[in-house]
Structure formats: C-alpha cells, structure tokens
Design a protein around this ligand. Structure first.
Ligand SMILES: [Zn+2]
Length: 284
C-alpha cells in the first residue's frame, strides 16, 4: 500500500515546485475516482475529508474505505482531515490512521490557537502524522467584501506561529475564499513568497476552485505545494448526476449514474493534477 506521510508528498512538491492536488471527497465513489485519476496520471495525491463527511460516514467506515481503495493504487497517497476545529475529531482521526490534519482554530485568538496547535502537533507526532496550521480563516466567496487584507496577520506573527508550533504546512489568507468566485480573485501572491522565504515552510492554497491557470502556476512557483480542491469536485459530482438524469429520463439504474459521476470526477481530478504539474511525479 503506497500510503506515505503527507510531509513526504509535500516536501518533494515544495522542492521541485509543483503542486499536489489535495481533493476533498464526499463518499466512496469520489474517493475511489480521485485515487484512480492519480493512478492513471502517475501523480501523488492527497485525499481530504471534511469534518462533516467524516461524521456523516463514520470514522471507522471512512478509514476502512480508504485502506481498501488505497490498496488498488501504486502512486504515493495520503489521507488528510481538512479544516477541523474539534479536538476530539482530530484525536480520533489521528488514532485511526489519518496522515495529517488541518487544525482550524482560526476563530480563536492567535495565542490560544498557538497553545492548542502545539498540543495537536505533539499528538500528531506520536502517530507519525503531520499538521497544517492556519490563523486567519477563510471566508466563503459570497461573503467576500474586497477588504480581505484587513484580516491578515503580520508576517512576524505568522513566522512566530510556525516556529512555535512546528506545523508542517501553513495555510495563509491571500484573498482566497471557499466556494465559487464571482470574478477572478485578486490574490496577494507576494505574501506566499514572504512566508516561504521567512520560514522555509510549504504553503497550502485554499479556495483553489475558480483560480486561473496563471494564478496556480505563479502560486505553486512561490511555494504553494499543496493545492486544495473541494468545490470543483462537488460541482463535477452533482452536475454529472443531474445531466445523466436529464439525458436519460426514467432510467433509474444506479450503476449507470454512478459510472457517469465517476468519469466526471476523474476528469476533474486529472485536469487539476495536470494543471498543478504533478502528472508523472509519483516515485513509488
Ligand atoms: Zn480550506
């Protein structure tokens, strides 16, 4: 089974300046399709689970699914828990075998975030797992006001947080948001360079759905080694099901709609893997 530490996948991407697609899956079908896409393109990939879907599926069932599907691929893969403010869910996932977690204490003060993040990193290390940290939080695209910069912490604060906690990956706010952008977002790409130069720590790019190819390649070149994709999977999964039923009214044979959805999710994943330059980068 080619499950490897998240830090190993990220370190190579960071060094060679390509981006690893970190794709949020919502069920068995999407998890299998993302892994199959990575296998087909010989790309490392990070499979992400949200707190919502972990709870909905159950930690044991979600992890059992991961173990079985990961057996079918030979490329390096890792399982990551996305934005999680709940310490008990983090503990349960780390104990189960998740390779990394994003401790999302962005609603707390930076000091309290830092204090708890130090504990999360220590806990993760005991399980051989890695931690992504954030201190600013991300809005939904529909909540963007254009003054996102005012929520950004000073570079000194970021440097101190990364040094004090020892997080493996840092997720800064650079004008990005979760959801579907109305227009191409204005991104503070220099902030990625500043953080990478000051800390040597790889950066995770959130809110990737809807950014332009030029924005991706610029940010990846600056050190965004982990590129999160969530909304694009939801769109591919849901619209392909809707389109199938529209084109085949009255056809209620589930495997047919599942096949259409699998194809759509694989195409979406392959598109992003190619865009981020990680095709052919598998080393196992
Ligand atoms: Zn995010």
């Amino acid at each position: 089974m080619p499950v490897v530490p998240t830090r190993e996948i990220i370190a190579r991407a960071f060094r060679e300046r390509y981006g690893v697609a970190a794709i949020n899956v919502v069920n068995d079908l999407t998890m299998e399709a993302v892994l199959a896409a990575a296998e087909e393109l010989r790309a490392p990939v990070i499979v992400q689970t949200s707190v919502k879907h972990v709870k909905m599926t159950g930690i044991d069932a979600m992890y059992a699914m991961w173990v079985e599907y990961a057996k079918a691929v030979s490329v390096p893969v890792a399982l990551h828990l996305d934005h999680c403010p709940e310490r008990d869910v983090i503990s349960a996932c780390l104990a189960k075998g998740w390779n990394s977690v994003l401790f999302d204490a962005s609603k707390l003060s930076v000091e309290e975030n830092k204090r708890q993040c130090i504990e999360v990193v220590a806990e993760a290390r005991r399980h051989g797992a890695d931690v992504e940290g954030e201190i600013e939080g991300f809005k939904r695209t529909e909540e963007m006001t254009g003054d996102e910069a005012e929520h950004v912490q000073r570079l000194e604060t970021v440097v101190d947080f990364i040094a004090a906690t020892g997080v493996d990956i840092f997720a800064p706010a650079i004008g990005n948001a979760h959801g579907t952008y109305k227009t191409t977002p204005h991104l503070d790409s220099q902030r990625v360079t500043d953080i990478v130069e000051a800390t040597g720590t790889p950066v995770a790019l959130h809110g990737g759905t809807g950014m332009t190819p030029e924005q991706f390649s610029d940010l990846i070149g600056r050190g965004c080694a982990k590129v999160n994709i969530s909304t694009a999977l939801k769109i591919a999964f849901m619209t392909s099901g809707f389109d199938f039923m529209t084109e085949h009214p009255g056809d209620y044979d589930p495997p047919k709609i599942f096949a259409a959805q699998r194809t759509a999710v694989m195409e979406m994943a392959k598109h992003h893997i190619r865009l981020f330059g990680s095709e052919g980068k598998a080393w196992t």
